[in-house]
Design a protein. Sequence first.
Lengths: 391, 391
Amino acid sequence: MTAISFDILARSKTSRARAGVIHTMHGDIETPAFVAVGTKATVKGVSVPQLRETGVQTLIANTYHLHIQPGSYRVARAGGLHSFMGWDGPILTDSGGFQVFSLGAAYGKSVSKVTRDDLNEATTTASVYDPDVASQHGKLAVIDEEGVSFTSHIDGSLHRFTPERSVEIQHELGADIFFAFDECTAAEADHSYQREAMERTHRWAERSLKAHRQNIEAQTTQGIFGIVQGGRYEDLRRKSARTLSGMEFDGYGIGGSYEKRDLDTAVGWVTEILPEDKPRHLLGIGEPEDILQGIERGIDLFDCVQPTRLARTGTVYGPGGRKFMITAATHGGENEPIDKNCSCSTCHTYTRSYVHHLFKSHEMLGATLASIHNLHFLVSLVEKERTKILA
Amino acid sequence: MTAISFDILARSKTSRARAGVIHTMHGDIETPAFVAVGTKATVKGVSVPQLRETGVQTLIANTYHLHIQPGSYRVARAGGLHSFMGWDGPILTDSGGFQVFSLGAAYGKSVSKVTRDDLNEATTTASVYDPDVASQHGKLAVIDEEGVSFTSHIDGSLHRFTPERSVEIQHELGADIFFAFDECTAAEADHSYQREAMERTHRWAERSLKAHRQNIEAQTTQGIFGIVQGGRYEDLRRKSARTLSGMEFDGYGIGGSYEKRDLDTAVGWVTEILPEDKPRHLLGIGEPEDILQGIERGIDLFDCVQPTRLARTGTVYGPGGRKFMITAATHGGENEPIDKNCSCSTCHTYTRSYVHHLFKSHEMLGATLASIHNLHFLVSLVEKERTKILA
């Protein structure tokens, strides 16, 4: 008995791309789909009705962050994430593995998602690598076979995640889909360490599944995804995909820390092996080109902080998907939308001149309007690909 | 020919309170009404659809701030404030007099609205008296008979407002109702200076009216209000009310800087004299008790930054209008709305626990949800008084 199911409706004739539907207790997710990031049970700067308007079908919240604040017991008492945050559509939660490691032991190395030459790296990883915060806690995550001990990046308090505890917290959060607890390594870790971490992740995956099966109620309402690891190594990525394919997960995440060049290879190796009839989520990747590549390689779900993080600094997707800074002086007098072919509520109602003015005036609404636009851009991009696959 | 008109529908039998309707080119304002503050062409943290949901009928933007950024010519090119900010209901603009003086010559004295013992004064006047900004420009506003020269609090650039220039800018902004340019004095200025400033304000009022009459197009779309000054002195307040009553304004603002004790007297003196058939706006006053007092003394319009400013620091109006800090630990686990009798969208959808969590997590949505609630609280408070007067 599983709480979620997946139907494939069509497949591309020229690539491994597929269009499908994930059925959850809170409605369907038509795939491929862009998943909004709602780390702390809110998509930054965007209200629930505004989020619906962007066309977003689902969002992913974060176990590490919600465990630290407000605590999963509070979310549980509110009736779970859906009622806590007022979103009645499908929700995912990440296991917290990435955050435990990126905020802890791996600090100073590079547990981060794709870093790109055309992006300011400090911006890309700001929420993870805030030096003011990180310097206060030093080497914080200590890994053993059972789990990870770490200190909160907020107040330094000591916490411990095991696979069982991560599942328990995610049961309390009550997302429709959640992820098994994994060890996320730095991209430059050597083969020996990557293999060790991957094998531990596989053992933790088994334990996560077992912990989930023991909760009958959660079984009927929540689906669990395993996370493929293995760094940059083909043998490890393939092995991880094969091993996890043998476990009864409802779907699969592809995790780890990448650089641009890894994306092409690692994703392809893995999707060759993962079972065709289960959805696949490429964790934390959401640049337009990366999404298009991912879809071609058979990925169904993408999430990324990029559209809202860029928006808060005034960077928006313009015509043809070309990013520009709305704060640049040249846009101050432009009485046209950010993208005149865009159907989002920001482009429907406001000019570049107004959005520019809001940023220049340090008005919160600027970040909100830009976030709505950027989310809508990515959602539409993926929707268009879906339409092509169906056609 | 006037662009706005005012009908009184009912009068209280026990006080000077009245219920009416101001007709504008962008719809009616049912009075008494609470006017949201949208200084820089946005109500801080609240989108236009969210603002509509609060029940707010109209908002007031600021001539000084919009002149500095983005410049009224840009708003004009966008088709005026309504289309620039996407609000198709009635809009007011303040003349900029208060800001020119509070950001300039009067710095270090107290050109501010009512300061109250139960409020942190630094918070109340933060946007006006930011010492980091103010210290850079020293004594900036220089007054002469023609107008005021001042430097921008943003970049130190030199500007000059005359009554004619203020009217011209407000024509470009295109609000339904705008205010004549006035000199706003410090509350502690002596009788001699208050009289001098008041008399100058009266001459500027004449010039503002004349400048408005010369613009035929603006005449047909915009109404102009004069501003009563006179500080704490009964003879001056009464004289100012009489003098302005003799001019053909479409309505009247009651301006100046008050302390709590002044409100009772100054407003009463003035509304005894102002013509009954014209609307009256008490500028910058919006604490619940002050509003109730103002309504009893025959005030029709109130605006105040308080509900949104308080909201951004986490202070909300609870049951019975009692303010509390949603950030206090005790509210973290409360699975009930901010006020269970409140019909705003925040109270309808979210618990105190969730709003508390948003503030603790430094999420923008916290300020937005609290602002929506506080605005709705004040709008409802005034609506209830209107219903009583009509009954």
